[in-house]
Design a protein around this ligand. Structure first.
Ligand SMILES: CC(C)(COP(=O)(O)OP(=O)(O)OC[C@H]1O[C@@H](n2cnc3c(N)ncnc32)[C@H](O)[C@@H]1OP(=O)(O)O)[C@@H](O)C(=O)NCCC(=O)NCCS
Length: 406
């Protein structure tokens, strides 16, 4: 049975500034080609002290509502996937509930499993609608993260930050997702972790690459088992993109599972994957959001051309869990995508100097303890920046400012 549940609107939120990886390479004494070609990333978005997963999530969600004509009052479920939460107890979904004016009759929560948390939210939203619990309402699923590794470490060029907001509904205008049909894989591994005392992630980089590829083989093999022999092939596949080269390796592995030799598998990359890596190369790693930045990139580049065609999606979360699932680009998606102007926040971002990047990174440790202005100005006026983290009050409550829509 064809599903008619899926993503009806999608928008990105990114920080104001980014670091050009040529500047990082020069500062670290590494050939720029290692980052641009070897890693496959050109820029990484850098969150300043007043930007965090809450502000990025709110910016993305406000765009998703404003540009698609949907109303926050239609939301009955709001899930935020993140692995860089701002509080051990209060979820980002609660901050969003306030900042977006979601209805009080709404289930809200946060999900964590490394980079898989957003997918957990999305699959949950599909099931919520399919079960009838939605009663005609839609779900807001947001993936929001700030990816940080220690300066000078191998992980440093694979940082990034941002959010992807998706409104999940019946009769979706962007992509219908197959409900109840996915291939899952899980295993207890220590490839990536972030101790409670640290804002920077710890990672066994080469092990994480191997675990990702093993998980892809497991999840895709499981998904493929249920594909009828005469199934329509996947026209495109989006992968979790910690950095572009990882998606390239993943695609090679997947197409070799399909029976192609290495050269033939690589020959399909340009047509089946390349357009999904354009935006990730401009933003860097968004952890939970990375797969959905890839989907945004694909839709931005090709939605009109691939209306009605099947797209595969692969989500990986270290630790680890993975899921492979698929969908079909909706008829008319191209027209909505043009209106959503998906890369506008990326185009608006400005290039930081190395000194500005280093100042932001060295202020990271104290960023969550900055004192909010005494009167905690809750409105930013007609500021360019829609939502800002203003600091904490005397009881360590986080205070956010919201711009008045102009
Ligand atoms: C990804 C990661 C492991 C790479 O670390 P590294 O040890 O510095 O990099 P490598 O030496 O493996 O080089 C990376 C690639 O650049 C290539 N490269 C190196 N120098 C190059 C140059 N001058 N020009 C072009 N390519 C170059 C390497 O050949 C390698 O390509 P390959 O993977 O196809 O062999 C590291 O950035 C990391 O730990 N990132 C965080 C974890 C992560 O994102 N994991 C992904 C799975 S979740």
């Amino acid at each position: 049975m064809r599903s008619t549940i899926g993503i009806d609107s999608l928008a990105l939120g990114v920080p104001r500034g980014h670091l050009d990886l040529r500047d990082l390479a020069a500062a670290r004494g590494v050939p720029a080609s290692k980052y641009l070609d070897g890693i496959g990333t050109h820029r990484m978005a850098i969150a300043a002290a007043d930007e965090d997963p809450v502000t990025l999530a709110a910016s993305a969600a406000r765009r998703a509502f404003a540009l698609s004509g949907l109303d926050p009052k239609e939301i009955g479920l709001c899930v935020v996937g993140t692995e860089t939460a701002v509080d051990h107890s209060k979820p980002i979904a609660a901050f969003l509930h306030g900042l977006l004016g979601l209805p009080s009759a709404c289930r809200i929560f946060e999900t964590k499993h490394a980079c898989f948390g957003g997918t957990a939210g999305l699959l949950n939203a599909l099931d919520w609608i399919a079960s009838g619990s939605a009663r005609g309402r839609s779900a807001l699923v947001v993936c929001a993260d700030v990816a940080r590794y220690a300066p000078g470490s191998p992980g440093e060029p694979t940082q990034g930050a941002g959010a992807v907001a998706m409104i999940v509904s019946e009769r979706p205008r962007l992509i219908e997702l197959d409900v109840g049909r996915s291939g899952a894989y899980a295993r207890d591994v220590h490839d990536f972790w972030r101790p409670l005392h640290s804002k920077d992630a710890a990672v066994d980089g080469q092990l994480s690459v191997q675990c990702y590829l093993d998980a892809l083989a497991g999840a895709y093999g499981e998904w493929r088992r249920d594909e009828p022999a005469d199934a329509e092939p996947l026209a495109r596949t989006c992968y979790h993109v910690p950095y572009g080269k990882m998606a390239r390796k993943a695609h090679r592995r997947r197409r070799m599972i399909d029976g192609l030799d290495e050269a033939s598998a690589d020959a399909t990359f340009a047509a089946e994957v390349a357009s999904s890596l354009l935006l990730p190369a401009q933003i860097g790693n968004v952890y939970t959001g990375s797969l959905y930045v890839a989907l945004a990139s694909l839709l931005h580049a090709e939605a009109r051309a691939i209306e009605g065609q099947r797209v595969g999606l692969f989500s990986y979360g270290s630790g680890c869990v993975a899921e492979f699932f698929a969908g079909r680009v909706a008829a008319g998606a191209g027209e909505l995508v043009a209106r959503l102007d998906l890369d506008a926040p990326v185009r608006a971002s400005t290039r930081l100097t190395m000194a500005e990047y280093e100042a932001i990174r060295s202020a990271d440790a104290g960023a969550d303890r900055r004192a909010a202005p005494p009167s905690a100005a809750l409105h930013l006026g007609a500021s360019e920046q829609p939502v800002a983290f203003l600091g904490v009050d005397t009881a360590d409550r986080r205070i956010y400012g919201l711009a008045t829509p102009s």
